[in-house]
Write a protein that binds this ligand. Structure first.
Ligand SMILES: [Zn+2]
Length: 181
């Protein structure tokens, strides 16, 4: 019995991925006030779509719908690429997933201050959620922890790609053929 093989991470692919990741990193750290153009516009779109969709099922959960919505899309992508066994696309989706948490952390940190311009001008999600959980006083501390977790997640995903490349390199095709013979 032979396991289905994942797409091989070649050295060229690793270099391409590293350049892409470095540029993305640069974009993240240089983006003014933490809003990444285009990516966070997309996140916002999924966020705003999430509220009414979740709201169909529960009015109480509608507040969480935005956050669920913006996380659901990259999560679904990651699972679908995982099933197609495409490591770089999986990594890209997971990095997007964690980048979303940076965006969420920014919103969390604003729970008491409420200085961010809100689309639609409705309720402040995290003010509502943290008030509900009785942790409003800890908003910036929770946000800082979430932010740290996001960066760890992004770093771990990059490490996973490097590990796959290393593993794929040390497993030469001729060995496979020898084993099969
Ligand atoms: Zn919202």
């Amino acid at each position: 019995m032979r396991n289905k093989e994942w797409e091989v991470v070649t050295t060229n692919k690793l270099i391409g991925f590293a350049i892409g990741a470095a540029l993305f990193f640069l974009l993240l750290v240089t983006s003014e006030s933490g809003f990444v153009f285009l990516i966070d516009h997309a996140n916002l779109l999924f966020h705003e779509a999430g509220h009414p969709i979740v709201g169909l099922f529960s009015t109480r959960l509608e507040t969480y719908g935005g956050t669920i919505g913006q996380l659901a899309f990259p999560a679904v992508l990651a699972v679908s690429f995982w099933r197609k066994e495409q490591p770089l696309s999986v990594a890209g989706s997971i990095i997007w997933f964690f980048e979303n948490w940076l965006n969420i952390a920014r919103y969390m940190a604003d729970a008491r201050a409420q200085e961010l311009p809100l689309v639609g001008g409705g309720d402040h999600d995290w003010n509502t959620i943290f008030s509900r959980w009785h942790v409003l006083a800890y908003d910036t501390r929770i946000a800082a922890a979430v932010k740290t977790m996001s960066w760890i997640g992004i770093a771990a995903t990059c490490a996973w790609v490097a590990w796959r490349w290393h593993r794929d390199r040390s497993r030469s095709p001729s060995d496979e053929e020898l084993r099969a013979a």
